[in-house]
Design a binder for this molecule. Structure first.
Ligand code: GDP
Ligand code: MN
Length: 379
């Protein structure tokens, strides 16, 4: 789950990190009022779950409340990476001397938290990593001790020469590490972490991604979820207990089990196709899940063919077959569908499908090849 910048800023502030105080507006009127209250120059910032807002025109500086209002008018309703901006954050604009990057992530290699810093902040860190990897510095944290002061200082010296700045940055890194742990985050980053002409180190942006598995024991964090800011199909899928991730291809995949779902996607690619999504309907046999799954897949216009790949273990093939039949009654099916089922109650499933006018395959290769071919013909 991703937090909005204003939510992440509040968590950083609670951890003691210097963050300029601002407020959130949903209308240009409110943005103007906040700017008037703050006084002086302000930054008006789009609140969407996407990076690169600056480049997309979603971060603008205003010299007056009237200008803040005009910026809010332009930014509210704007689309950034397919997401509509519904809120703006209005904060006092800092004077910037330097921009750095500071982040904490979960590192798969060391299976530990990892602190990453770069003096080349402000821009996409992915771009820095690709073009000038020597400007990124990393330190694996031993979770038994946390980020120790000398470790944070060593990282701080990668950012600044002035020890007064290094001390501030080191303190911020240790506070960021605590915020990361407390939120159950998989990512917590400040980009840019700036220095001001007065010699202060300040966080001007904040991004926190929370591990969904941590939400059950963190109700306060779970409450921060903003459903209106998420992809509606991913929301619908999650509420139905499905794992759904939209991808770029045109073969809509509906599979039970994450491992089989990944193997299916691999096989789609192997036969020259491209999956439109990852979708795991899970281990249960609830026909309603199949209905929801098919509705989500068919609502994606880039889907040209639909592939069901079901291995019946705990999942009963006949339940899935009933779900498919029920789903095609509820959903207007205007694209070709290939169904492959094998395992528990396979014979009953084939009968149900054939009675409803569908055919079913048992061979996975054959089914995937056919779904790829059908998508190719349609495209
Ligand atoms: P992102 O592009 O989505 O990461 O949004 P950021 O919050 O990082 O803003 C992008 C850029 O806008 C920053 O790197 C800064 O250069 C600039 N910016 C953001 N806030 C301020 C501010 O308070 N003062 C000034 N002068 N620039 C700012
Ligand atoms: Mn940023």
């Amino acid at each position: 789950m991703n937090l909005h910048e204003y939510q992440a800023r509040a968590l950083l502030k609670a951890a003691g990190i210097p963050v300029p105080d601002g407020d959130v507006a949903t209308t240009p009127n409110d943005a103007e009022a906040i700017a008037a209250r703050l006084g002086g120059r302000v930054a008006v910032k789009a609140q969407v779950h996407a990076g690169g807002r600056g480049k997309a025109g979603g971060v603008k500086l205003a010299e007056s409340p009237g200008e803040a209002r005009a910026h809010a008018e332009a930014i509210l309703g704007m689309q950034i990476k397919g997401l509509t901006v519904q809120k703006v954050l209005v904060v006092p604009a800092a004077a910037i001397e330097t921009e750095s990057y500071v982040g904490v992530i979960v590192d798969r290699v060391s299976q530990c938290p990892l602190v990453m810093v770069s003096p080349a902040g402000g821009v996409d860190i992915e771009e820095v990593a690709a073009k000038t990897p020597e400007k990124i510095f990393r330190r694996v944290v031993d979770p038994r001790y946390g980020l120790l002061p000398y470790e944070a200082m060593a990282l701080g010296f990668r950012l600044y020469d002035d020890v007064r700045l290094v001390r501030q940055a080191a303190g911020i890194m240790r506070q960021l590490y605590v915020a990361f742990l407390q939120a159950g985050a998989s990512l917590a980053e400040i980009n840019p972490l700036v220095t001001t002409p007065e010699g202060e180190v300040v966080a001007l942006d904040a991004k926190i991604g929370v591990d969904d598995n941590e939400l059950a024991r963190r109700p306060a964090i779970a409450n921060l979820r903003d459903l209106s800011a998420e992809d509606p199909h991913e929301v619908e899928a999650r509420e139905a207990g499905l794992s759904y991730i939209k991808l770029d291809g045109n073969v809509g995949c509906c599979v039970n089990g994450a491992g089989l779902a990944m193997a299916t996607m691999d096989l789609v690619k192997y036969y020259g196709g491209d999956p439109a999504n990852f979708l795991d309907i899970g281990g249960s046999s609830n026909p309603q899940k199949v209905v929801t799954a098919l509705r989500i897949i068919t609502s994606d216009p880039s889907v040209k063919s639909i592939l069901f790949n079901i291995f019946g273990g705990i999942t009963r093939c006949d339940d899935v077959a009933n779900g498919i039949v029920e789903a095609t009654r509820q959903v207007d099916l205007d694209r070709p569908m290939v169904i492959r089922l094998t395992g528990t109650n396979e014979e009953a499933a084939v009968r149900i499908l054939e009675d409803a006018g569908f055919s079913a395959l048992t061979d996975m290769d054959e089914a995937v090849e056919r779904a790829v071919a059908l998508a190719g013909e349609a495209a």
